[in-house]
Design a protein around this ligand. Structure first.
Ligand code: NAP
Length: 349
């Protein structure tokens, strides 16, 4: 059987180059198009990315000679993975979906629209039902699915087993987010070296609202949000890759520490589904008292898992713990890719 052809929009950015790498030798998908802005189009990917490729020692050979196109819906591919800057993603993704492409996006623009799945395969694969609603409402041949914000994804993966087993009432989260989360060139080096910046534009709003949709239930008119509340404080820290999050939770049912840890450890809802990019374990629990750490643990399960540790009693809510996750892999590119794999398995592409 031939492979499914894939185009990457925003292929020159941090998330775009991570997609270029993750799609090298993919079992089901083949990259046939790379696209970006008119600053890059018309030139070869190798030429544009010289001095800019930064996520691995070398860029994959297959991409070097490919000529970057503009983001117009005349690309030779069935699926587009979008890593576009949010200032342009809305309009461009709409055009692609209208023209019949399946769009799996990393951008924030469509996430909270009521007929667009905000998808994490471990949590809400049933939200794919929104695709039919979306096509009907908008008259589109194609469709858009989105992945959540990079910190939201890892927090939600860690919360899912607790939500299922004990119920969630309140969540307080403080993030320490890597510099690569701001894209390329991102935060100026003189701002971030030897510093912590206690503000990331729009980020707290995403962490407080996206989980309510992700854990929500499907109704005839869209998603009914989950009933818990989230309070978030977000910080940018001088780390290259890997967002760390300190989380406290109030659960609906009383439990003990051992049961919470056992519940986290056995969470592996994707095993047996055959998705090529799925982690074996979506949550990896570390028993080491000073882990997880971004430097050592961001690439656990190839960067596709959320690493949890330090689970202990909280004097204000019930339990608190640390979550670490790779922002560019499971927090972005790997999430959009996994969503595309789920779309294939469920017959949408
Ligand atoms: P980035 O490094 O700034 O890359 C942005 C990409 O958008 C580049 O390929 C750029 O192409 C392209 N672009 C900009 N203006 C364009 C235009 N007018 N027309 C077409 N393409 C245009 O950003 P990033 O960090 O990769 O993030 C990409 C998306 O993923 C954003 O929406 C971001 O919010 C989201 N996201 C990022 C992370 C992360 O950890 N970095 C995590 C989750 C989600 P040129 O090179 O040609 O300008």
């Amino acid at each position: 059987m031939g492979k499914i052809s894939v185009g990457i929009l925003g292929a020159t950015g941090m998330v775009g180059q991570t997609l270029v790498r993750l799609l090298e030798k993919h079992k089901w998908f083949e990259v046939t198009e790379l696209a970006a802005s008119d600053r890059s189009s018309g030139k070869s990917y190798g030429e544009i990315m010289k001095g800019r490729w930064s996520i691995s020692p070398e860029m994959p050979k297959y991409a070097e000679e490919m000529v970057i196109k503009e983001c117009n819906p005349d690309l030779r591919c069935d699926v587009v993975l979008s890593a576009l800057d949010s200032s342009v993603a809305l309009e461009i993704e709409n055009k692609f979906a209208k023209a019949g492409y399946a769009v799996s996006s990393n951008a924030k623009n469509h996430r909270m629209e009521n007929d667009v799945p905000l998808l994490i395969p471990e949590i809400n694969p049933d939200h794919l039902a929104l695709i039919d609603m979306q096509r009907k409402k908008r008259g589109w041949k194609g469709f858009i699915v989105t992945d959540p914000n990079c910190s939201t994804i890892h927090m939600c993966i860690a919360l899912k087993p607790l939500f299922d087993s004990f119920g969630l009432e309140r969540i307080s989260v403080t993030t320490m987010q890597a510099a690569s989360g701001a894209g390329y060139p991102g935060v100026p080096s003189l701002d971030i070296i030897d510093n912590v910046i206690p503000f990331i534009s729009d980020e707290e709003d995403k962490l407080e609202n996206e989980p309510l949709k992700i854990f929500g239930s499907i109704s005839g008119s869209g998603v009914i949000n989950a009933g818990f509340r989230v309070s978030a404080s977000c910080n940018r820290v001088p780390v290259r890759y890997g967002h760390t999050e300190s989380i406290s939770v109030k659960l609906s049912r009383k439990t003990d520490r051992e049961e919470v840890i056992a519940t986290l450890k056995k969470f592996s809802p994707l095993s047996g589904m055959g998705l090529p990019s799925a982690p074996r374990r979506s949550v990896v629990y570390s028993e080491v008292e000073n882990r997880p750490q971004a430097r050592f643990d961001a690439l656990v399960e190839g960067g596709m898992a959320s690493v949890v540790g330090r689970l202990r009693k909280c004097n204000v809510l019930d339990y608190k713990f640390t979550v670490l996750g790779h922002n560019l892999i499971r927090g972005a590119a790997g999430a959009a890719l996994l969503n595309a794999e789920l779309l294939k398995v469920k017959g949408y592409i």
